[in-house]
Design a binder for this molecule. Structure first.
Ligand SMILES: [Zn+2]
Length: 324
């Protein structure tokens, strides 16, 4: 069973929010498309695993573990009574060739060699096991879920370390056999993993305010050209209507990832949305969708949800049908 939701990486949310409000540099646009592709690979992995079934194992998705004071990110950890299998998901497309240990993808050298990443992350899990003085197996595979990916290697032992799309269903089926169980031992391993989970410390991106276009934008076409109605904003470009609350949630999510380490006050948020929603409405929604923290005589707010998608799923009183 999947133990946690897979959310979009913070870097992807940052670049998406940035792209909505400024022209990206070439480098940023490249990073955004790389992040997007990586995330699509993870979603594909989840969908295929879901279609095979995974009731006999416990699966952690996209977690950062602090093991002996160093933090490693894991795309997927599959836990059973036997131990932990780490799956690194690489959504590569095209032809990959390994020759004398040198990796190329579509004839370009790969600097971050996937096997060394896998060895390192599996090594850290072994360290976690040893620190907890336990006895279970730890192993890992690199998963290439993209069906356009072709792998050539002069070293046949590499084939044991990877799973291609054509073999992915069979690979997942082995976890669905009755011999695989997640009983007491798996629960125990799972508690060790959970105790190591930390927030991703490598997310340090911060938007430069001068570059950003403030205000609200259409969720359909991205235009900032909106007409204010009493409860809605109507897009003058594509004609779609979104209620104030939808705009508020999207802007709160954008703010969170663009200024992740900054405090958000009501005034800084009003400035961010260029006062496009009346102050009393903003106050009401801040109280509904944020946690309020008092610092001296200033209040600041943190978004209750992970991102906009999460907010539209979880926000109890939020009714999406108001958008049309
Ligand atoms: Zn529009």
């Amino acid at each position: 069973m999947f133990i946690n939701e897979r959310t979009k990486p913070k870097e992807l949310l940052f670049y998406e929010a940035l792209a909505a409000r400024t022209a990206l540099t070439k480098r940023e646009a490249k990073d955004l498309s790389k992040m997007k592709k990586g995330y699509e690979g993870e979603i594909l992995y989840d969908q295929i695993f879901e279609s095979i079934g995974h009731d006999n194992v416990i699966i952690y998705r996209d977690v950062c573990l602090n093991i002996d004071n160093s933090v490693t990110q894991y795309d997927s950890l599959i836990v059973s009574d036997k131990g932990i299998i780490s799956n690194e998901i690489k959504n590569f497309s095209g032809t990959c060739t390994v020759n004398n240990g040198n990796w190329t993808l579509n004839n370009f050298p790969i600097t971050k060699v996937p096997f060394s990443q896998l060895n390192r992350s599996v090594g850290k899990l072994m360290e976690m096991r040893n620190i907890s003085q336990n006895d279970f197996t730890v192993s890992g595979k690199i998963i290439f879920p993209n069906d356009t990916f072709v792998f050539n290697s002069d070293d046949h032992s590499n084939w044991n370390k990877i799973i291609l799309r054509s073999g992915l269903r069979d690979y997942f089926r082995q976890f669905n056999h009755s011999g695989v169980r997640s009983g007491h031992k798996a629960q125990y391993i799972s508690r060790i993993i959970s105790s190591c989970i930390v927030d991703n410390p490598y997310f340090t991106l911060q938007a430069d305010k001068i570059r950003l276009k403030y205000g609200l934008y259409c969720g359909q076409c991205g235009s900032f050209n909106l007409s204010k109605k009493r409860f809605h904003l109507t897009c003058n470009k594509c004609g779609s209507n979104e209620c104030n609350e939808t705009h508020m949630l999207r802007a709160l999510s954008d703010y969170k990832f663009l200024f992740y380490n900054e405090l958000m006050t009501r005034n800084s948020f009003l400035e961010f949305i260029d006062n496009d929603i009346p102050v009393h409405t903003v106050s009401r929604f801040l109280n509904k969708h944020c946690f309020q923290h008092q610092k001296g005589n200033m209040s600041n707010y943190t978004f209750k949800y992970f991102d906009f998608d999460d907010a539209t799923k979880k926000s109890d009183a939020y009714i999406r049908y108001k958008d049309y």
